[in-house]
Design a protein around this ligand. Sequence first.
Ligand code: PLP
Length: 360
Amino acid sequence: MSRVYNFSAGPAVLPEEVLREAQEEMMDYRGCGMSVMEMSHRSKMFQNIIDEAEADIRELMGIPSNYKVLFLQGGASLQFAMIPMNLMKNRVADYIVTGQWAKKAYQEAQKYGKANKIASSEDKTFSYIPDCSDLPISPDADYVYICENNTIYGTKYKQLPNTKGKLLVADVSSCFLSEPVDVTKYGIIYGGVQKNIGPAGMVISIVRDDLITDDVLEGTPTMMKFKTHADAGSMYNTPNCYCIYMCGKVFKWLKKMGGLEVMKQRNEEKAKILYDFLDESKLFHGTVVPEDRSPMNVPFVTGNAELDAKFVKESKEAGFENLKGHRTVGGMRASIYNAMPKEGVEALVAFMKKFEEENL
Ligand SMILES: *Cc1c(COP(=O)(O)O)cnc(C)c1O
């Protein structure tokens, strides 16, 4: 067996320990004679798996009891519609557009009401986070929407926007569980799990109780109502059982590692190794303003498209996978989520140094 250093933005690297455990339990989960993949979601065995997963993420994030944790399907992208359908009582919402994912959410919301773009960083290819201290928040806005970590462009909010008392909704797909978070600052905090938590195919939406009602937009499908899933403990229909099981294992791994404060330190340490090198390199440079750099997704370029392509090719041959930047940005991107070990980042920097010497 040989494992590569996988810098994919998502689906992404998982902790080896978690993969091994899943492998051991594949044929016979804890003496029940079947895999979790084959198990009824109505069984006691599976109920324990989902209950433990929920308890563990609650503990990790310190989720207050007046928030529901929903394990849903359709990825983060379906939340782009589900959020306005459930929250747009006045049919008005304010969006801060800091990248492709925020833009997609903003465009989707326009189908359901008046979505206002109250700030954007598109003028400089989303390479920064706009000043959000005094935005023109709409008086009747049902919520203010952000994408907290911009997976493609590599920016992250270091401070939440001033929503002037309006509800904050955040997509945290690519920074989920990367650091401690104050859940009470959000009405909804949600993310697809395939970036920083588990396998693809599920989104975890953490929704404040008072936002879970039958008062949704007319015509909202049953499956798109938060209340449907909240009332049924995320099992209105068959959930993504295996993904819930894997996420549960990652939550246990995070607890064992010391929780989110420790993950934050580790992530900052890893990011610093890479950013420090980018700042001193004569060949490579980062594409984001330093104060808004993401600790999770690190885009960089040489400034020469041919050399970028050569780097991607040679890095792959050397065992560094998925370093090619997003098709809309070009260059390179290293996603260094929770499960990427520090050694992976150190090895990448060593490889970049060597490439620089050979190509400068
Ligand atoms: C990947 C990603 C999405 C889309 O997730 P899907 O699960 O593919 O729908 C949305 N938002 C952010 C920030 C992402 O990184």
